[in-house]
Design a protein around this ligand. Structure first.
Ligand code: HAM
Length: 419
């Protein structure tokens, strides 16, 4: 029969089979991020992976690439259009609005898979993992500083080299309107050379044109009006203040940074690393004060960000303190239940040991080969003889000499506790 294969570009990792061990790296990165979130007293939120399609059309934006081309949408058995979430922010705000929580301040984090029907390539998948933070009910100012403080801490704790945090400000509503007008006027003579999507963008959200991948358009943009020229002084002051507040990580003000989702207003940022190749952004976010009202709720000042877990895992250089490893070997013919009871008791004595129980119960030679393969430093062996005399054979696997000794169960307990 044919093997059933996974869909292209889906996050599909195991600690054993993947050559660069993505699953193991994700495990350590996710734990480190959770520790960091805890130190800022951020609470976890879990929202569904499936939402109504209209949620993303109204939040991420009808003209964004994500909604335009990349949604995983289906009709369910009730003929409702549903979508696998492409990002986490919309679901969090839907939760708040649905439960009438807009007037409370909340700091949330989440972690989980997201889906975007992109053209898969290195660092860009159709199912990938994100960790996100949303600060809800916080005005512009300190919340911006705290988000960048978290980014700096992540970069330091995960020991990420060659990274830069790019920051920008999209101004207020009147900045956006004035800039949009100026860009529209500037592009009028070039309109015939724009494709359909860019013409739509010019009408609906001209800011998104600045983010274009079209090389010809990039050339035209070189002489286009700059958003910075329309920004109020308070926005420029905020950018300068943030840049001056953090010393150990490079922060650059980038007037062309606009981000790919429509819900942003105010401060926006992205962290990029030269070690990642074409998909260089490993986290991004910004302020989105209008999203709750766009979803039918009350206005709620909000700012947040999301981290691409596959991308950040690739560039993180964290030392993981490897625990002691040992093998518990029950040989063929031994009373399993009596022997396994010992393994069960040992585990509760010392959490710093990885104790692999060998479940095949084959010959000593085969089991020692397995113990070496799983890098055990020590083997605890129980054969018929040992069980009868209430003893255990301990074999040292780290030294060439492979010393071994027979000890009583009480002695084993002492040794195990001190491993
Ligand atoms: P985003 O910039 O679309 O923002 O995604 C955040 C991060 O997710 C990116 O910087 C990247 O590392 C990772 N990412 C995005 N698409 C892919 C993909 N196809 N494959 C692998 N990694 C990917 C958001 O999602 C916003 N919700 C962030 C936010 C939260 N803004 C405010 N609050």
């Amino acid at each position: 029969m044919d093997k059933i294969r996974s869909l292209t570009g889906m996050a599909d990792y195991s600690e054993k089979s993947e050559k660069d061990n993505v699953a193991a790296k994700l495990f350590h990165v996710e734990n480190s991020l959770k520790e960091i979130f805890k130190t800022f007293n951020i609470n976890e939120i879990r929202t569904p992976a499936l939402e109504r399609t209209s949620l993303f059309q109204r939040s991420v934006g009808d003209f964004s690439d994500i909604v335009n081309k990349e949604l995983y949408s289906f009709n369910d058995k009730n003929d409702r259009s549903i979508t696998l979430r492409p990002e986490g922010t919309a679901g969090v705000i839907r939760h708040i609005v649905e439960n009438n929580l807009e007037s409370y301040s909340n700091k949330f984090w989440y972690m989980g898979p997201m889906w975007r029907y992109e053209r898969p390539q290195k660092g860009r998948y159709r199912q990938f993992n994100q960790a996100g933070i949303e600060y809800l009910g916080y005005e512009e100012g300190l919340a911006e500083l705290e988000l960048i403080s978290i980014v700096c801490l992540i970069i330091e704790k995960l020991n990420i080299k060659n990274s830069v945090i790019k920051i920008n400000h999209l101004g207020n509503e009147s900045t956006k309107a004035e800039f949009a007008e100026a860009i529209k006027n500037y592009f009028e003579p070039y309109k015939s050379s724009l494709d359909e999507i860019d013409i739509d963008r010019l009408e609906s959200n001209p800011l998104r044109l600045l983010d274009t991948k079209n090389k010809d358009l990039q050339k035209v943009l070189r002489n286009a009006p700059l958003l910075t020229d329309f920004l109020p002084k308070s926005s420029i002051d905020l950018l300068n203040h943030i840049k001056a507040s953090f010393q150990n990580v490079e922060i650059e003000i980038d007037p062309t940074l606009v981000r790919g989702l429509d819900y942003y207003n105010g401060f926006v940022f992205e962290a990029i690393s030269n070690d990642l190749g074409a998909q260089s952004s490993f986290l991004g976010g910004g302020r989105y004060d209008n999203l709750s009202s766009q979803l039918g709720g009350k206005i709620m000042n909000s700012i947040g960000m999301a981290i691409g877990l596959e991308r950040i895992s690739e560039i993180s250089n964290i030392e993981t303190d490897e625990k002691n490893r040992a093998s518990f070997i029950i040989l063929a013919g031994v009373d399993h239940t009596k022997a396994y009871k010992m393994a069960h008791e040992l585990r509760s004595l010392n959490e710093n040991v990885i104790l692999e129980t060998h479940l095949h119960c084959s010959s000593l030679k085969a089991e020692l080969r397995r113990a070496n393969k799983c890098k055990s430093q020590m083997a605890f062996i129980i054969g018929e003889e040992e069980l009868k005399n209430n003893k255990i054979l301990i074999k040292d696997l780290k030294n060439e000499s492979n010393e071994q000794k027979n000890v009583s169960y009480d002695e084993l307990i002492k040794i195990y506790k001190n491993l």
